[in-house]
Design a protein around this ligand. Structure first.
Ligand SMILES: Nc1ncnc2c1ncn2[C@@H]1O[C@H](COP(=O)(O)OP(=O)(O)O)[C@@H](O)[C@H]1O
Ligand SMILES: [Mg+2]
Length: 288
């Protein structure tokens, strides 16, 4: 191949010195984008551990506001661990811990004063397998979080349930059966129900961990369409090991390997002109 790719020991991308943060670190900013939106979430030297095993080896990356960022990389490279760190879910695993910073609008979510519950409210999560609350109706699945947060106004809850189901492109299919069990829906509908449940909390960021990996192609493309439309209202991070999906749906792509961020850039650049040989090999299907 004629293209010269940089070796891993060289600098990955334009770097930026951050003066507000105690240590200055090299930060991955997406490359080759003309109008880069402001950072919504800045990840600094983030490490994640399972006991003594280090699953993330110091990640630095800015997630851009009102855009879709895809995390790609082979199985076991730390994609799930990373997004679980981004809403303080990682530490709920027994023996797991995290070090470093994840700065949401200027606030380090790992600061001792920060209540993880507020973080989970601001940063929603959709999991790999649809996981509606098994005993609850469609309506209650969406309303549960609101009720937990002390909202009692029935009209307000009705409105948010409807808006969230509309936002998840599920309303038309379920509006006449809101009291039926959520588990009675098809897989793709269940995943959209889980998206509606997350949207009901009006999150600023939605983290999605391979949200279509258990779905058929039609259900998957529905979710992709939905994700695409969401970025006008929120910031989306989507983990996927489907490269076509990352290329179709995201604005920025971060490629991870063995707990490290190898390359981060504009999605078009990553797929058409990767700067690292490892990225090139992964996206061309030579491993993974
Ligand atoms: N609960 C756990 N306990 C111990 N190790 C784990 C646990 N979950 C994940 N790991 C390890 O952390 C690394 C990253 O895993 P993960 O984030 O699930 O990767 P990915 O989502 O990219 O497939 C892997 O080596 C995996 O074996
Ligand atoms: Mg995973």
């Amino acid at each position: 191949m004629s293209r010269t790719l940089k070796g891993p020991e060289e600098e990955l991308s334009p770097t930026l010195q951050v003066s507000k943060i105690s240590e200055s670190v090299e930060i991955e900013r997406p490359t080759e984008v003309k109008d880069i939106p402001p950072p919504k979430l800045s990840i600094r030297n983030l490490e994640a551990w399972f006991g003594t095993k280090r699953a993330l080896k110091g990640i630095n990356l800015d997630v851009r506001e009102n855009s879709i960022t895809a995390f790609i990389g082979p199985s076991g490279c730390g994609k799930t661990t990373l997004i679980r760190c981004l809403n303080r879910m990682h530490e709920m695993t027994p023996g797991a811990s995290a070090k470093g910073q994840a700065i949401l609008d200027g606030m380090d979510m790992y600061d001792a004063k920060v209540d993880p519950v507020t973080i989970k409210r601001r940063i929603g999560m959709v999991f790999q397998k649809p996981n509606p609350f098994p005993t609850m109706s469609i309506y209650d699945n969406v309303a549960a979080g609101l009720k937990l947060n002390g909202i009692k106004d029935k009209k307000l809850i009705d409105d948010i349930v409807r808006e969230s189901l509309e936002g998840a492109a599920l309303w038309e299919e379920v509006k006449n059966e809101l009291n039926k069990p959520g588990m009675g829906l098809s897989g793709g509908q269940q995943q959209r129900l889980c998206i509606a449940r997350a949207l009901a909390m009006q999150p600023e960021i939605l983290l999605m961990d391979e949200p279509t990996s258990s779905l058929d192609p039609i259900a998957s493309s529905k979710i992709e369409e939905l994700v695409h439309g969401m970025k006008k209202d929120l910031t989306v991070v989507i983990v996927t090991h489907n490269m076509q999906q990352a290329a179709r749906v995201s604005d920025f792509t971060a490629f991870m390997y063995l707990g490290e961020l190898i390359e981060y850039g504009d999605t078009k650049q990553i797929f058409e002109n990767p700067r690292m040989e490892l990225t090139e090999r992964y996206i061309s299907g030579k491993f993974g």
